[in-house]
Design a protein around this ligand. Sequence first.
Ligand SMILES: [Zn+2]
Ligand SMILES: [Zn+2]
Length: 313
Amino acid sequence: METQYRVLLYYKFVPVDNHEQLAAEHLEYCKNLGVLGRILIAPEGINGTLSGTFEQTEAYMNYLRSDLRFADTEFKIDTVDVQPFHKIFVRAKAELVTFRLEDDVKPYEMTGKYLNAEEFYKALKEEEVIVIDGRTDYEYEVGHFHNAICPPVASFREFPEWIRSEFGDKKHKKILTYCTGGIRCEKLTAFMVKEGFTDVYQLEGGIVKYGKDEKVRGALWEGLCYVFDERITVPINHTDEGNIVVGRCYHCGTETDTYINCANMYCNRQHLTCEKCLLEHEHCCSDTCKESTHKKKEYVDYVVDLRNKAVIA
Ligand SMILES: [Zn+2]
Ligand SMILES: [Zn+2]
């Protein structure tokens, strides 16, 4: 029987006064346990994505919850056949979600109201509601909620400025936000509440949890959901309307939801591509990259394989 692994996704906003020391202890513990992934610890809390066997991930959850500050941390658990991580990183950071505002925004003091999957689904269908995607434009590109506004931002710290300029005159409108696992919305809505927005809601547990709700089954989600591990994208909408493709090939504009990294290892640009362009551009984002002598072997091999298959077919 094949070994199955679990991926844990979690965060908790809570004051952590010794975040650097805690990060060091955490790294030590995780190394001994053998879990892989990425954990951030900041004065505002903890955020992690970890993978390991059933036993390892159980042990980790017990370990984290034994610290009273993290006792009620909620874990989202996925089962996978292949470990999506190769290493363990535990980093002490200034913020979990980087805003770098002059004034701290503290989600554990105030944040937008939470909506579960069913409530969020209902709210999405309301007439006047404004739906803001709380992620970046390249995540939006491959999939998003129906009618959601794409934030024209390449990084999260650009949000405050965009919110102020774009929605400053809509502070009393009903606003919904969502992100992958919920963490960015905690901070985004906390910021909005602080700015004087009066009717702000966030999707509890994020898109990933929404896709697992048995009643809603990911309805009104279009495309796939971008995730920060080797899977790159995961399906969310499991209804009959679930197979809408919203991504467009970076080269030719055809519908596609295949995300790849440029084969040139000095570029590595993540982009959507159709199969035809993948072959034509040899897993690269540009002609310059295609001519590069520093292409990753696994991608070069992949193109050769694909070409052989195409010839056989
Ligand atoms: Zn194409
Ligand atoms: Zn490139």
